[in-house]
Design a protein. Structure first.
Length: 234
């Protein structure tokens, strides 16, 4: 992940953040939250769910990605903080592949249905149906039972057994891997930079329009008449 983040920085000249979410469970949520503040501070953001093994926290990730910046908190001698905090500043691009599965399928579908940005890569795995825990039969065979399915607007039931198609198909070939090329990241960064040209990132205000709240000047002092002098004993 660190290497891919470095590649994104180099390809985008520091304009793109990079978030990798390996699963939709506790470890994936922890990794997401470790990285989210720094990566969302960049003008554009790459969200990589390739190989995502699924889980059940995609709604929490989507909630973060759909936040909108409507203002800024500015503190003396500190960096401005967006309001809402940890919200994307500009365009989003998702990466998915044939190993993006289960809740990974679902977040890819949500990414497209909510119009968060384009998806780059390969069609997702297409296995969304959830199951009960493992059951052991009398002969020692272990089975699982499918219990719940997912339905989406526009997709209906079709995410199961088909997956979610990318907006831009891209593949890192074995030769790319052997020669150290990051073809899919390159396509994603190029697309993010193109989107930045037409959708500039949210930017904190400068201080030119800050109202003057300093204490007003006091009115000039007027000299008071001298008190009359009295003689002793009077």
């Amino acid at each position: 992940m660190a290497k891919r983040r470095q590649v994104v920085r180099e390809l985008s000249d520091g304009q793109c953040g990079y978030l990798h979410i390996p699963d939709m469970g506790g470890s994936g949520w922890a990794q997401f939250n470790r990285d989210v503040r720094m990566e969302m501070s960049r003008p554009a953001l790459i969200v990589d769910v390739r190989g995502n093994a699924g889980g059940n926290i995609s709604e929490l990730v989507v909630e973060k990605l759909t936040r909108t910046i409507i203002g800024w908190d500015l503190t003396r001698d500190a960096q401005p903080v967006s309001y809402a905090s940890n919200a994307p500043r500009g365009p989003l691009v998702a990466l998915a592949d044939e190993a993006t599965s289960s809740d990974g399928d679902m977040i890819t579908a949500a990414f497209k249905l909510l119009g968060l940005g384009p998806v780059v890569g390969q069609r997702t795995w297409g296995g969304v149906v959830g199951m009960t825990g493992r059951h052991q039969l009398g002969d020692g065979t272990v089975i699982t039972v499918p219990m719940n399915a997912a339905w989406f607007e526009s997709y209906g039931w079709s995410v199961e057994n088909k997956g979610v198609e990318p907006d831009l198909e891209a593949l890192r070939t074995p030769l790319d891997w052997a020669e150290g090329r990051y073809a899919v990241l390159d396509d994603a960064v190029r697309l993010a930079l193109e989107l930045l040209e037409s959708n500039p990132p949210a930017t904190p205000p400068n201080y030119r329009g800050v109202p003057d709240r300093s204490r007003p000047k006091l009115p000039p002092r007027t000299s008071s008449p001298a008190a009359p002098r009295t003689s002793p004993g009077t």
